[in-house]
Design a protein around this ligand. Structure first.
Ligand code: AMP
Ligand code: TRP
Length: 343
């Protein structure tokens, strides 16, 4: 069983990224999957920092270097082990670019044109470059290079993983069983999302998802926010009319989003939280949520302080990860080149 996922080193990583994606990964690194014959097997997990994706919209070069290391620090602070998993930077394994090019040649334009994320991002740019349009093909290359079975992501990435599966199927049909290739070249991947937490909403507009590109800093809590920032953002988070702490996403989107965040950080069920806060005010609930967040985000603040002091240890982990990732990527590329008739 192979698991692959990644995050772009752009903007500030927020609790939506953590709860929707990274927190699942931490659980997956220890998960054991049954295989045929009654033997169980631990999944191979690969977690990438997808810097080539982050440069598909305007960015600052100095900031990018810093963000790449910050995302690595976040992975480690969240509890991802560099021994149990492969943690690496996309641009340090050149096979991603090679496979992306090859997959471009079998990806229909129409499929890329209907991608929701492309349409949303393109609408925000004055100039749209080809890189933004081809972004899902690079993502397909990331996933397929490692013969991935499961891609743990938030709700907004399901469409890209579906497209990846289509590309893999198309490739296997076209280049699979021929005189140059003895069988399927790629495994077919599947997206895995959480039932609760796959879409954390903005604190200021709970009908929109919490997003790195939101211009309003009050809309999200980043993993490196100080205790003061956390308190301020939570106390000014949009709530709903009435005064009951109840999970009713339609009627009470603000409080329901805060309950979801509380539940995922405290590992208490929403039902139990509703009981515990019965008759309490929004203010009391928010004060308690701030405390939990301050406590649970402490490892991230600490790891960032460590990174600021000694960036070398993270560079070493990433260099080692790139070597391990490249071994797997090279094996896939060998099969791909041969099956496509390249030398
Ligand atoms: P990105 O911010 O696009 O690099 O996303 C990194 C990961 O976080 C992806 O798996 C996204 O699906 C996930 N993600 C982003 N925003 C949210 C959100 N508001 N709620 C839950 N998951 C999210
Ligand atoms: N597109 C993803 C996002 O915006 C990031 C990403 C790139 C990714 N390549 C990936 C996620 C491969 C999972 C697997 O969140």
């Amino acid at each position: 069983m192979r698991i692959f996922s990644g995050i772009q080193p752009s903007g500030d990583i927020h609790i939506g990224n953590y709860l929707g994606a990274i927190k699942q990964w931490v659980a997956l690194q220890n998960k054991v999957y049954p295989v045929r014959g009654g033997i169980s097997n631990k999944a191979d997990c690969i977690f990438c920092i997808v810097d080539w994706h982050a440069i598909t919209v305007p960015y600052n070069q100095t900031m990018l270097q810093r963000k790449i290391k910050e995302v690595a620090a976040i992975y480690l602070a969240a509890g991802l082990s560099p021994e149990k998993n492969i943690i690496f930077v996309q641009s340090q394994v050149k096979e991603h670019a090679e496979l992306a090019w090859l997959l471009n040649t079998i990806t229909p334009l129409g499929d890329l044109q209907r991608m929701t994320q492309f349409k949303e991002k393109a609408a925000k740019q004055a100039n749209v470059e080809a890189g933004l349009f081809n972004y899902p093909v690079l993502m397909a290359a990331d996933i397929l290079l490692y013969q991935t079975d499961i891609v743990p992501v938030g709700e907004d990435q399901k469409q890209h993983v579906e497209l990846t599966r289509e590309i893999a199927r198309r490739f296997n049909t076209r280049f699979g069983k021929t005189e140059l290739s003895s069988g399927e070249v790629f495994s077919l991947p599947k997206a895995q999302t959480l039932k609760i937490g796959a879409k954390i909403m903005s604190l200021t507009a709970p009908d929109k998802k919490m997003s790195k590109s939101d211009k309003n800093p009050q809309a999200s809590i980043t993993l490196f926010d100080s205790p003061e920032q956390i308190k301020k953002k939570i106390s000014s988070a949009t709530t709903d009319s009435g005064h009951e702490i109840k999970f009713q996403p339609k009627e009470k989107p603000g409080i329901s989003n805060l309950l979801t965040i509380y539940s995922l950080f405290s590992d208490k069920s929403i039902k139990d939280l509703e009981k515990a806060f019965l008759g309490k005010s929004y203010q009391e609930f928010k004060a308690s949520l701030s405390e939990i967040l301050i406590e649970k985000l402490k490892p991230f603040r600490n790891k960032k302080a460590e990174l600021d002091k000694s960036p070398e240890s993270i560079e070493k982990i990433l260099a080692d990860g790139a070597l391990r990732a490249q071994k797997i990527a090279q094996a896939t590329m060998q099969k791909v080149r041969t099956s496509m008739g390249l030398l």
